[in-house]
Design a protein around this ligand. Structure first.
Ligand code: FES
Length: 125
């Protein structure tokens, strides 16, 4: 059995920002090549390029749920430029660690964030 930190367990049991943003102006979706799970991220970004809302939906494991939950918490209130600095290591550090077999779940979060921001810039063109 893997050992999870209390922060991982808390975010798995009570995930924040689950759901969909109907008027999102950035949406990203990623499937993990490692496990086949899927993660979708919605962002609402204002005219000053500040992320005012973030929500996620996933068919992923507990680590994916916890990683996504903290990702959305980190994103809300951040500028796009600061959001770009978030890596999967940032997520793992925030969670107090993840078992090595579950690192890819945090990588999926970083990838969906990249997809989301790509989608934002494509929509702005
Ligand atoms: Fe698939 Fe965690 S996201 S095992």
């Amino acid at each position: 059995m893997w050992d999870y930190t209390d922060i991982v367990k808390e975010h798995y049991r009570n995930p924040k920002n689950v759901g969909e943003i109907l008027d999102a102006n950035a949406i990203g979706e990623i499937g993990s090549v490692v496990c086949g799970d899927v993660l979708k991220l919605y962002l609402k970004i204002d005219e000053n390029e500040i992320i005012t809302d973030a929500k996620f939906q996933t068919f992923g494991c507990g680590s994916a749920i916890a990683s996504s939950s903290v990702l959305t918490e980190m994103l809300i209130g951040k500028s796009i430029e600061d959001a770009k600095k978030i890596t999967n290591k940032t997520i793992i550090d925030y969670l107090g660690g993840l078992p090595k077999e579950k690192i890819h779940c945090s990588v999926m979060c970083k990838e969906v964030l990249d997809e989301c921001l790509k989608n934002y810039y494509e929509k702005k063109k």
